[in-house]
Design a protein around this ligand. Structure first.
Ligand code: GSH
Length: 206
């Protein structure tokens, strides 16, 4: 069985959502990022030497890292679910564009400085400058659409995950009403609600 190495409510939540949306059976191993150890005991670094979640371990022991790559791998296991357009199409390239925007601009450049203990206040202020224009762009895009592309894709799984960090970072999503409404729509999807509910309860229990 596939195993997802995750941390509750981290970016690995997008992978859990995608596994549920795709109906792919998986086991889950919780990673404690501060110590790079597993909740069940043992060192995480032999699984992913980068010390980050998510990591996906396949039945034969192959390890895949980097969220956007993992999401596409899972989507391609179940092409009929439409979680990613077929590889080699223009639509797939557009999906990859969304994944890069969310991963590089919002997740890494935008939200990481808010959450990294070593980031000085200036880094957070600069990160806010990076996030706000992207939120303006998404606000215009999602004002006219239900999802980022035609129908729910892995990019929505990633975006709803990243948008979940706003309150923790002191960013009021109420300033972007279409984006806030999009987040609620995505959270109302049964597989998203299940994934979030499970990870929130794990975080509360920790
Ligand atoms: N480029 C990586 C970034 C993953 C990432 O930033 N993961 C965070 C949790 S959301 C993490 O593991 N942080 C701990 C660390 O960087 O040491 C990916 O897309 O998978």
């Amino acid at each position: 069985m596939i195993t997802l190495y995750f941390t509750p409510m981290a970016c690995s939540l997008a992978t859990r959502i995608t596994l549920y949306e795709a109906g792919v059976e998986a086991g889950f191993q919780e990673v404690m990022l501060s110590s790079k150890t597993l909740r069940e005991g043992g060192n995480y670094l032999p699984i992913n030497a980068k010390g980050q979640v998510p990591a996906l371990v396949l039945e034969d022991g192959t390890v895949i890292t980097e969220g956007p790559a993992i999401l596409q791998f899972i989507a391609d296991l179940r092409p009929d679910f439409g979680l990613a357009p077929p590889a080699g199409t223009l639509a797939r390239t557009r999906l990859q564009g969304w994944l890069h925007l969310i991963g590089a601009e919002l997740h890494s450049a935008g939200f990481v400085p808010f959450m990294h203990p070593a980031a000085p206040p200036e880094a957070k202020a600069f990160a806010r400058l990076r996030i706000e224009p992207k939120f303006d762009y998404l606000e215009r895009h999602l004002g006219e659409r239900e999802t980022l592309m035609d129908g729910f894709t892995i990019a929505d799984a990633y975006l709803v995950t990243v948008l979940g960090w706003c309150e923790h970072c002191g960013i009021a999503l109420s300033g972007w009403p279409a984006l806030a409404a999009y987040r609620e729509r995505m959270r109302a999807r049964p597989h998203v609600a299940r994934a979030m509910g499970e990870e929130l309860s794990l975080r509360t229990a920790a």
